[in-house]
Ligand binder design. Structure first.
Ligand SMILES: Cc1cc2nc3c(=O)[nH]c(=O)nc-3n(C[C@H](O)[C@H](O)[C@H](O)COP(=O)(O)OP(=O)(O)OC[C@H]3O[C@@H](n4cnc5c(N)ncnc54)[C@H](O)[C@@H]3O)c2cc1C
Length: 742
């Protein structure tokens, strides 16, 4: 995570780019730079540099999904980008309203955008953006998963096709997207709650003097939604109709180590010097240092950001003629900014890579930053709703080497081990858990993956949260800063930044952040000691401070389901390390999570987006038939009626007819759609599709049966001939039919 502005996370300026580009960029990609992942939906195409997309001749057309086979061959990059941006723009307009973007609206928008003659481009963009969750994501009524009998996690455990390990934002986003694309998912989570590193805790205490109890909510993990409207989680919050509070952008008050307010002039000067040295440090990283005093010769080994910064700071100090007291005061203030940098990266600055630690800088979402009323639990709970999640199950092993395909995920609960068979699994646990080897992969992960896990940085920041009986801090102090005395490195990050959560927490709640070595030192301390440290600083700053009525302190470094706060780019790693972390293994074990998305590393929206991306990738591979299409195993073991009788019974009371199609009863957010045979069109047998609710609603918007058939082939995860072709039905359809019969 790059430092959010100079100090508080509020100073981003919107980038001045045309509206189209901005929409595309807000999703983190460049219209002219479709990398293989982004171009993935076009399995017969590949991007070449910044020019038009080049055609790669497919070795066999049957390896392509149905949609690609019908794409016209002269697809051009520029035209595609126009179509894609048109869809993104349409989504921008509705995304916060709780509406689902409908294919018919896109057809209308295409007419206005002069793209009517290119339905192939529009279809390609639509297919990619919906599959990879760039549009039509969220929790509004039309997009809800369920009501789903499969939300009974134990029932889902026997029929699942994808196991998602972890119910943090990445896991929840991935599971929802897979589910809406028609896959049967099971989420296995070690904690007894969803959200992972997003955790809103309710703290309560006695108001004193016979007053009512004070109850406040505090974010112990991820709290600020960065990047305003471009953050997909902001859209989710808006869909829920929950209010959000903008973090104020002004320069927050600074206090020195004796608790005196620092004058504006000194504060500005420290700000200016820090950013001057920081700029120069980064320029050194890029190999083009400016006219700053030299720390030559050029490095022969990769340097850390801290080493370089310290050298430049020393040189700057040597060139000053301050008296000792003035110099020390300025150093303390500069050191506060270093603490802020260590907070932004959750890493001590000596370990950060000089060249790559800011690799995500260009991708930072632009816009104001927000806190959510009632806490982030509001959207976490909604994202988890309707999903089958097994809580309290700690995954210990992922076996993916079986000859007959698929994976087996083993999880422990209360000393018992349960095993879940599936076609694939998505691992979303934090890098800290992977580094410690707490999940055993059988066979071991490939060396390149293991190296990436070890290479990437993963460090801690910590919080102390105090709830007070009343607000004693000034009304203009929603954020304020404390420049510590004491040891330059060990102490600079100790309770150095304060946020008032009063406006969103329902009570006077203050959160103090600690970073760098000071955050690491939380591991050896108790809650009381940490509280006393924070109180001592508050009393220095404000004198008469009431005792808090409730207190909480985090220890993310020792949390057994995280072992740290978030990822960072230390010496020996770079953005591409995240790409390796994102790679799947054998198209059976997939990965998501904040560490796997270099553009938005270490953020909540990054985690969310990574989950969507992995779901899209897995779905696309599944449709291409690249990974085992083996039916998921069932633990029930009883003989089952695999014949067409079941289907006939299901369709005996259909719910919907249109054109040649009949739709049966919806179960678990999905239904079977049957097309009547059409011998004239070369389809003598009827076809049956298992389609999610969202796809069925879209069918109603399409104009012809041909379009519907195309869309169904494209969007349904399972297509089969029959019934009546004598081959029996795939077990996923039988599972679906059995589910209703139970
Ligand atoms: C203190 C702190 C402050 C932060 N501040 C911000 C902020 O202001 N803004 C922002 O955008 N981001 C912030 N972040 C980062 C953000 O919270 C994370 O990047 C994001 O939540 C990570 O989501 P994830 O799904 O990748 O991982 P997680 O949320 O960690 O989800 C992984 C899940 O896997 C589970 N798990 C782990 N091991 C196992 C196992 N063996 N078996 C089963 N389940 C397992 C975990 O319990 C967890 O639920 C902050 C993080 C912290 C810790």
């Amino acid at each position: 995570m790059a430092p959010p502005g100079a100090r508080t996370g509020t100073v981003y300026q919107p980038t001045l780019v045309p509206r189209d580009e901005r929409a595309a960029k807000s999703f983190g990609f460049d219209p002219w730079d479709l990398d293989p992942t982004k171009a993935f939906f076009l399995s017969s195409w590949r991007p070449v540099g910044s020019g038009p997309i080049e055609v790669r001749s497919p070795s066999s057309s049957s390896s392509l999904p149905p949609r690609s086979r019908s794409l016209s061959i002269d697809l051009d990059g520029q035209g595609y980008c126009r179509a894609r941006n048109m869809v993104l723009r349409a989504w921008e307009q509705v995304k916060g309203t709780g509406r689902f973007l409908c294919r018919a609206e896109i057809a209308a928008a295409a007419r206005l955008a002069d793209l009517e003659a290119r339905p192939d481009l529009v279809d390609a963009a639509w297919s990619y953006l919906t599959t990879f969750g760039h549009v039509n994501y969220g929790v509004s009524g039309e997009m809800r998963v369920g009501p789903d009998p499969a939300a009974d996690a134990d029932a889902a455990a026997t029929t699942t096709s994808v196991v998602v390990v972890g119910a943090g934002l990445a896991g929840l986003a991935c599971a929802r997207q897979l589910s809406s694309l028609g896959h049967t998912v099971l989420v296995v989570e070690g904690r007894n709650r969803p959200g992972g590193r997003v955790h809103t805790k309710t703290l309560a205490g006695d108001g004193g003097g016979g007053g009512a109890a004070v109850v406040g909510k505090a974010e112990l993990g991820g709290s600020v939604l960065y990047g305003g409207e471009h953050n997909p989680l902001v859209a989710v919050v808006d869909q829920l109709g929950v209010e959000r509070e903008v973090l104020v952008a002004s320069q927050p008050p600074m206090y020195d180590g004796e608790g005196r307010r620092v004058g504006r002039e000194a504060d500005d000067e420290a700000h200016r010097v820090f950013h001057g040295i920081d700029r120069e440090t980064r320029a050194r990283g890029r190999g083009n240092g400016g006219p700053f005093p030299s720390i030559s010769p050029p490095p022969s080994k990769p340097l850390s950001y801290g080493e370089t910064f310290r050298g430049l700071h020393r040189d700057w100090r040597a060139a000053r003629d301050d008296d000792d007291a003035g110099a020390e005061k300025m150093d303390r203030l500069i050191n506060w900014h270093v603490a802020h940098l260590e907070f932004a990266h959750a890493q001590v600055f000596d370990e950060l890579c000089l060249v790559h630690s800011e690799q995500d800088e260009e991708q930072n979402l632009t816009g104001t930053h927000h806190l959510v009323h009632g806490g982030n639990v509001t959207f976490v709970a909604e994202l988890a709703k309707g999903l089958p999640v097994l809580y309290g199950h700690k995954v210990t092993e992922v076996e993916y080497g079986r000859r007959d395909g698929g994976v087996t995920v083993a999880a422990e609960k209360g000393g018992e081990t349960r095993r879940f068979r599936a076609q694939a699994c998505v691992v979303t646990v934090p890098v800290g858990v992977l580094k410690r080897g707490h999940i055993k992969f059988k066979p071991p992960l490939p060396p390149r993956k293991r190296e990436a896990i070890q290479a990437i940085g993963f460090g801690a920041i910590n919080k102390c949260v105090l709830v007070f009986p009343y607000r004693f801090w000034p009304s203009d102090h929603d954020t304020f800063c404390f420049a510590n005395n004491g040891d330059e490195e060990a102490d600079r990050g100790s309770h150095f930044l304060y946020h008032s959560y009063e406006h969103v927490a329902g009570a006077p709640v203050l959160v103090a952040l600690s970073s760098g070595e000071a955050a690491r030192s939380f591991e050896g301390k108790g809650k009381e000691e940490i509280k006393d440290e924070m109180m001592a600083r508050l009393r220095l700053m404000f004198g008469n401070v009431p005792d808090p009525v409730a207190c909480e302190a985090t220890d993310w470094g020792r949390d057994e389901f995280a072992f740290g706060s978030y990822s960072n780019i230390v010496v020996g790693s770079k953005g591409e390390t995240c790409d390796v972390l994102a790679e799947d293994v054998c198209q059976r074990v997939f990965f998501a999570g904040e560490a796997t998305i270099k553009e938005n590393i270490a953020t909540m929206h990054g985690a969310f987006r990574s989950g969507m991306r992995t779901a899209g990738m897995l779905h696309t591979l599944c449709r291409r038939g690249d990974f085992s299409r083996r039916a998921p195993s069932s633990d029930r073991g009883e003989a089952r009626d695999n014949g067409p009788g079941k289907v006939e019974k299901y369709f005996s009371s259909p719910r919907l007819f249109f054109g040649r199609f009949t739709v049966g009863e919806e179960r678990g957010g999905k239904a079977l759609v049957r097309e009547k045979p059409d011998p004239a069109a070369g389809r003598p047998a009827s076809q049956c599709f298992l389609a999610p609710h969202a796809v069925i609603t879209q069918l109603l918007c399409l104009r012809s049966d041909e379009e519907r058939l195309d869309y169904l082939s494209d969007q349904s995860s399972l297509v089969t001939q029959g019934p009546g072709d004598g081959k029996g039905l795939p077990s996923a359809i039988i599972d679906f039919l059995d589910r209703g019969a139970q």
